[in-house]
Ligand binder design. Sequence first.
Ligand SMILES: Nc1ncnc2c1ncn2[C@@H]1O[C@H](COP(=O)(O)OP(=O)(O)OP(=O)(O)O)[C@@H](O)[C@H]1O
Length: 965
Amino acid sequence: MRRRYLDAMALVQKYGKPDIFLTMTCNPMWKEIQDNLQFKEKPQDRPDLLSRVFRAKFEMLKAELLDKKIFGEVAAFVYFPHLYSLVLKHMVHGPYGHMGKNSPCMKDGSCKNHYPKNFCEHTTHAEDSYPYYRRRNDGSKITVRRFELDNRWIIPYNPYLLALFDCHMNVEICSTLKLVKYLFKYIFKGHDLISFKIISDDSRANVDEIREFQQGRWISPPEAFWRIFEFRLNEMTPAVYTLQVHLPGQQLITFNKNSDLLPLMRKIDFSKTMLIEFFKMNKTNERAETLKCFYREFPEHFVWSFKYKAWTERKRKKAIGRLVAISPHEGERYYLRLLLTHVRAPTSFDDLLTISGQKMDCFRDAALALGLLQSDTYLQETLEEAALFQMPSSLRLLFATILVHCSPTDPRFLWNKFQLELSVDYHRSHHLCFYTAEEIRNKALQEIKKMVEQMGKSFPDYHLTTDIPPAVHYDKLTKEIECERNIEVLAEDLIMSSRLNIEQRHAYDLILQSVFSPIGQNFFVDGPGGTGKTFLYRSLLATLRSQGHIAIAVATSGVAASILPGGRTAHSRFKMPLDFFRNKTCQISKQGSVARLLFQSRLILWDEASMAKREIVEAFDGLLRDIMDCDLPFGGKVVVFGGDFRQTLPVIKQATKQTLIESSLPNSPLWLKLQKLHLTQNMRAILDPAFSEFLLRIGEGREPVDIDGEITLSSEMVIPYTDKEKSLNRLLEFVFPDLTAYLKDPYSMINRCVLAPKNTSVDEINDMLIRRFPGNLHVYVSSDRTVDPRHQGDYEDFLNSQNPKGLPPHKLVLKENCPIMLMRNLNPTEGLCNGTRLICRELRQNTICAEIAFGQHQGKRIFFPKIPMQVSDNDKNGLPFIRTQFPVRVCFALTINKSQGQTLDYVGIYLREPVFSHGQLYVALSRVKTSAAVKILILPGTFDGIKTDCKTRNVVFEEILHLTA
Ligand SMILES: Nc1ncnc2c1ncn2[C@@H]1O[C@H](COP(=O)(O)OP(=O)(O)OP(=O)(O)O)[C@@H](O)[C@H]1O
C-alpha cells in the first residue's frame, strides 16, 4: 500500500501541479495484486502485466454484475492502451431530476451537486473557484437505470490512476480553503456510521424509544481487513514541528504527576530550549547565519534532538515548523510570538527587544515600534505625521476619511487636537479677509462636513462640536446636484465632438436628439474594443455639462469609471447593495438628494455595461421608474449603456458558463428595449489595420484552432520561452525598459502595464518589479484580527498568509514614485474610486502621500491612513477577519479584467496559465494601438511535453455573441 502510495505520489509529482492533493479509498486488492505479481519494476513500466490482471478482474466483475442484474450500476467501461479498467457506479452521478425525483442529491427541486455539468472543451481553473473539468461533447453515452447519460454526468476522476490502481481515486487541484477542510474531514471524520431501528415482533409491547433507536457502528469489510492487519490508513507529510515560545526564564517543562520535583529540577537543563537554542544557532552557526530564517522556517533546515536538546543540520526528510498558538490575553508571550513571526534570525530576547538601536521595555513596545501592532493612538499619529506636510486641504480630506472609514473612538478629541492644522490655510488668508477665529474654525468644519457627506455619511453623527449650524433642508437635497454641477469640463473634451468619426457622429446626434425630446430613449452603444465608445461618452458629457445640464457618468468597474470625467462605479452612484444576492433593490430614498439628482439629470451614461449583471441593470430600471413615477423603461430617462460582449462578462464567483451567459444583459427583457448603435471602426488601432482585423477574429472566436483547440499567435508577438526567469525578464524589459527613467517622470510609466489572467501572476510580477524599482523599500505590515476575538490566537498566522481578493496584502511593499491602485471607494467625488491609479510620493510610518495619476483629478495629492477592511462574509475562507492596512496595492501589473476600458502604450501579457474566461485574451490584446506594442509570454503547462511558444487558448462563448448579433 505504501509503495503504491509512493508510486502514486511519484506520478502526481511527475504529472501533477505542485498544489494538488491525493485522496484514495483503501482497497485490499492492491496488496493482493502486489503480492501475487511481485512487482520488481514500477507498475507504470509494466503495462502488459497490469493489463492482464485488470483484464481478468474486469471480466470477473462484469460477469458478476451481469449475473446480479445490476449492470446499470456500471457506468462506463474505459479502455486505455495497454490498460483495462472499470469505472464503477460512483463515477456517474444520477440519474436524478425528472429521471429520479427521489434521488438523495435532490434539494429544492435541483441537484445540490449541480449535475449535469456543462460540456467543456478544456479543463480550466478559474480564479477562486473549483476547476471546470473537461467534458467533451463527443456523443458518448451510457445507459444507467434505463436512462442515457452523457459526459456531463461523470464525476471527475483521473483515468490514469484509476486504471493503474483499480480503485476510486482522484487527484484534485487544491483550489480553495474549503477543499482543504474537506480533505481533512475525510481523513479524520472517523468510521462510517449508520442509524438502525429494531422493531419488536410483538406490536403490543410498550415502545421504548431508547431501545428502538440505537446508533450502531458499521465497518465495511475492506476497512475491517485493514484494521485487523494494522495497515496504515493515512499518513502526514511533511512532519510538523511544534515550536515552543516562552518568555525569558519561563521555560516550560512537562513531568509525570508522581515525579519528585526536586531531583527533577536538578536534572533538567533549563538553559536549553528550542527557542534559546534557535537564538544561539543564529549567533554561532554559519549556515543559520546565512539562511536568516524566521523561527517557523528553522526546522526546514535543522533537526531538533529532544535527547541532546540541540539543533543540528537537517540532511534528510522534509519538515516544517509551526509556533504554538498563544492568545492575545496572555500579553507579553503573545507579543513575543508576534515578533518571532516577523523578525528574521534573532540572536536573543534582547535582540528582539532592540528596534533601530533602541532597547524597548517590553515585547509589546517592540512590536508596536515595528508596526506589527496597531497602537491605540495610531489615528492621532497618522494626523500628526500628515500635518507636517502643511497641506491643510489634503489634511481635511484625510480627517474626513478617518472619520468615515476608521471609526475613531473619540472624533471630537481629534478635532480639538488638530483644528489649528486643519484650518491653517484660512489662518493665512485671515490677514487679507479679516476672518474671526470662529469663522475660520467654521470654514474648516464646513469643508470637512462637505467631504463626509460626499462619502455618504451624516456629519452630526460624529459630534465634533455642538455649535455647527445644522444644514438647511434644501442644501441637504441639492448637495449631490451641486457636486455634479461642479465637475470641471476639460477643454480637450469639449473639442472631441468636432473630431468624431461618421459612426460616432451619428450616435452622438441621435442621443442628443433624444435628450432634448420629450420622451427619452434608451441606447446601447455596441462596438469592439477601441472603436471610441469612451471617446463618444466624453464628448456627450462635455457638451451637456458645458450647457449647464446634468449628465451622470457611471461604469461597472472602478478603472473604467476613473477614465470618465466625474465617473463613479454604478454600485456607488446608485447605492447598490454589496450583497446583491440577498437584497435586490438600490438603497436610495425617493425623497433624498441622489433621487433628486437622478430626477434632474438629462442623460445617464453607463460604460462597460457588458460587465454588469442583468439583475443590477434591472434594479436600476426599477429605481428610475420609481423616482420618475413612470412605467416606461428606465422611467423615461435617456440612458445610454455601452460595452462590448466580446470582452469580459460579469465576474461571478464559481459561476459556470451557463450562469455567466444567463446573468448578462442580453438575457434581460430590457435588452430588447435598448436601441442599438454600432461603432465598427477601430480608432485605437487605426494605424495597424491588420492588427485590428486579427483582434476581431480573436474577439469573435474566428481565429483558427488546432486539434487541441488552441490558436497560434504570430511569432513577432510572442517572447520565446527558454527558461522562466530569462523569458520573464525579456517580457518585463519590453514593458519597462528603464525603471530608473520613471523616477524622473513617473507619469510616463502609467500607460505601461503587464496583464495576466489571475491575481497570483499579477502579485508575482508586482513583487518582482517593486524590488527592481529604484529607491528605498518600505514594508507595511497589516494588523489582522478575527471578527470573533476568541479566535485571534489560533488563526493569526493563517490570517497573515491570506490574500483575499479586494484586500491589500498583509505585507505591502512600496517605494516612492511607484504606481499604486486604490482598493476602496474612499471618495468618488474627489476622484478616489476603487481602481483609481496613483503615484506614491512620500511614505511615512502611518501615512502614504500619493498623487492621482490619471483623469480629471490628475496631480491631486492625497494622504491615506491605514483603514480597517473586512473580508466579505461569503468569502470562501470561512473565517471573517479585519485587516488594517493602507487601501492600496502596487500596479505595475493588473489582471486582464481590471484593464478593460483602458488604452495603453505598451502591454506585456503574462500567461503563466492560459486565459480561463470569455473575452480575456481579446481584452488583453486590444489595449494597445499596434501589434508592435504588445508582447506575450506563454509558459508551457505542466503536461506540455514539447514547447508551445506561440499556442494558447482563446475562450469565446459564442452563445453570447449570437444573443447580441
Ligand atoms: N474620433 C476619434 N478621433 C481620434 N481618436 C479617437 C477617436 N475615437 C477614439 N479615439 C481614440 O481611440 C482610442 C480608443 O478609444 P476608446 O477608449 O474611446 O475606445 P472604446 O471603444 O471605449 O474601447 P474599449 O472597448 O477598449 O474600452 C483612444 O485613445 C481614443 O482617444
